[in-house]
Design a protein around this ligand. Structure first.
Ligand code: NAP
Length: 320
């Protein structure tokens, strides 16, 4: 089969299309024939070799995808061959025509959800769910600011928060991205490039501040976030690409919290609960991933450049 293979860590150019042996399922495993693959920022960090998790070389990138089950190993009873599924985690990597998965990483995909939408679920929706509900303890009637609401995680968080009865504010860096955030369920949108956006948000809450902030770029926004929180508010840091100085008094004055999320370090029992909730949201129609650009598998390098370029308009997908 065709797959992207990384032989050495480095820039996007190390993503090479190659022919590799077909995967075979062992006990407790399944092979999925992929129809769409999700590109996540973490795939680029791992590829660079500068991330905490460094796979042994050579390796095939990717954790997310969607397709149809091709083969099932001994002991797997929950899934069947030919079933439409999405993949949230892979043993062999998803930047390929087929992927080998532990059965626990494979979840049912309803008929009326496309494969591209299925490939947008794993990392983004699970991270948004853990950030919003488990770490952020967001509750119906509260206000949430999704700081970076135009990309994979942000749009997922908008849909989840809207369905859960929160008032949803979101930021985006472009008009088209902010329009998308509104269409996906944000009640108000703001421009995170505008110097005075914090004042606009505070004015929108009549000076009270927001209960929860999901932060996609902590190293840029965290200090300002603390001034936007309501009493007992929570900032959940999902993304950060460097250090930042904060004023702890902004936290003290509000009895507020800063909390972190690392999806890859979330316990498997919690991940299983999250995917049960996501499968329910797909079935009842409240969750429908918004897809941005799609690239052929051989153009994975272009996908890696695009996912690190500002101006997000939904989830980036590779087509095998
Ligand atoms: P993505 O699809 O590439 O989207 C990036 C988002 O960041 C866009 O909404 C973008 O908005 C926004 N952004 C850019 N500049 C910003 C700023 N100054 N303030 C606020 N937002 C800004 O990426 P993603 O998959 O949604 O992931 C978002 C971040 O979370 C990434 O850093 C990723 O590594 C991280 N992440 C962490 C975990 C975890 O377990 N902790 C899991 C998944 C993702 P515009 O393009 O409209 O400017």
């Amino acid at each position: 089969m065709k797959a992207i293979v990384v032989n050495q860590f480095g820039g996007p150019e190390v993503l090479a299309l190659a022919t590799v042996p077909d995967p075979k399922p062992g006990p407790g495993q399944v092979v999925v024939q992929l129809a769409a693959i999700g590109i996540n920022p973490v795939d680029t960090y791992i590829r660079s070799g500068n991330y905490a998790h460094k796979p042994a070389l050579p390796y095939t990138p990717g954790m997310d995808g969607a397709g149809v089950i091709l083969a099932i190993g001994d002991g797997v009873t929950r899934l069947r061959e030919g079933q439409r599924v999405y993949v949230a985690g892979s043993l062999s990597g998803t930047y390929a025509e087929r992927t080998l998965c532990d059965a626990s990483h494979v979840h049912s995909l309803p008929e009326n959800v496309s494969f591209a939408q299925g490939a947008a679920l794993g990392v983004p929706y699970a991270t948004a769910h853990v950030g919003l509900f488990s770490r952020g303890q967001a509750a119906a009637g509260e206000t949430v600011l999704i700081h970076g609401g135009t990309g994979g995680v942000g749009l997922a968080a908008i849909q989840l928060a809207h369905a859960a009865g929160l008032t949803v504010y979101a930021t985006g860096g472009t008009d088209i991205g902010r329009q998308l955030a509104l269409a996906q369920g944000a009640h108000r949108v703001f421009d995170h490039q505008a110097p005075d956006y914090p004042e606009h948000i505070l004015r929108e809450t009549a000076g009270r501040g927001v209960h929860v902030i999901l932060e996609m770029l902590g190293n840029v926004n965290l200090a300002k976030d603390l001034t936007l929180l309501a009493p007992r508010g929570r900032v959940v840091v999902i993304g950060s690409r460097g250090p930042i100085e904060i004023n702890p008094r902004d936290l003290m004055a509000r009895n507020a919290d800063i909390r972190g999320v690392m999806l890859l370090n979330t316990p498997p029992e919690e991940i299983a609960r999250v995917h049960a909730a996501l499968e329910a949201g797909l079935e009842n129609g409240s969750l429908r991933p918004a897809i941005g650009r799609e690239f052929p598998l051989g153009d994975a390098a272009q996908g890696h450049i695009a996912v690190m370029t500002p101006g997000a308009t939904g989830k980036l997908i590779l087509q095998p």
